[in-house]
Ligand binder design. Structure first.
Ligand code: AP5
Ligand code: MG
Length: 197
């Protein structure tokens, strides 16, 4: 199983990707987590990424690709992945497709769009700030991240919808319900694909 979760900040990508990875026995690859680790370790990539993450801007596409390419190849070889946060721009998606054209068995099979309203997103992220203190979970940066999502990431959904890969899921329900909806939506996508034409 090779999946991508797309949704705005706070929509539950990390929460659901963790569950999906355990359910399908695949790797959870979170670009934000990998980038934050580079920052913590003070690596050359981390030094470039730090300012972008702090401001709520996307890191340059080449940096995201450099961090994700190896883990994606490795996970595809070992049975699959659920991607959380990458690709995040149309350019990243095009680059990932180019890579998949050269190497068999790594391309995406489904994209789940987690839909959550703005008030709920803000509530979740501000609450998490109180719990975990993530530096980009403050009001002004949250607003900026949401604008960046609309401008840079939302267009991905059309890109993948044209390829028949997108399942829409209401991400506002209880996490257990969201998880059940995702699994059902993935089953439906799979049976549609198998139906003779
Ligand atoms: P990233 O770490 O990916 O952050 P994000 O997209 O802003 O998303 P979050 O991690 O804040 O939210 P989430 O959707 O994972 O929700 P979660 O499950 O945690 O990216 C951070 C930064 O890294 C970017 O701004 C950028 O700088 C850089 N970056 C990353 N990838 C990049 C790329 N490909 N290219 C360029 N730059 C990149 O849930 C949020 C909260 O809500 C939690 O407290 C959770 O417990 C709660 N919650 C979850 N589900 C529910 C529910 N159903 N009901 C109630 N509460 C819930
Ligand atoms: Mg996350």
């Amino acid at each position: 199983m090779r999946l991508l979760l797309v949704g705005p900040p706070g929509s539950g990508k990390g929460t659901q990707a963790g569950r999906l990875a355990a359910h399908y026995g695949i790797a959870h690859l979170a670009s934000g987590d990998l980038l934050r680790r580079e920052v913590e370790q003070g690596t050359p990539i981390g030094k470039i990424a730090a300012g972008y993450i702090q401001r709520g801007d996307l890191v340059p596409d080449e940096i995201a690709l450099r961090v994700m390419a190896g883990p994606i190849l490795e996970a595809a070889r070992r049975g699959g992945y659920v991607l959380d946060g990458f690709p995040r721009t149309v350019h990243q998606a095009e680059e990932a497709y180019r890579m998949a054209e050269r190497i068999d068995g790594i391309e995406l099979q489904a994209v789940v769009h987690l839909k959550v309203g703005r008030d709920e997103l803000r509530r979740r992220l501000l609450y998490r700030h109180g719990q975990e203190g993530r530096a980009d979970d403050i009001q002004a940066t949250i607003n900026h991240r949401l604008r960046v999502y609309d401008a840079e990431t939302a267009p991905l959904l059309d890109f993948y919808a044209r390829r028949g890969l997108v399942a829409e899921v209401n991400g506002e329900k209880h996490p257990d319900k969201v998880f059940a909806h995702i699994v059902a939506a993935l089953d439906a996508l799979e049976s549609e694909r198998r139906r003779p034409v």
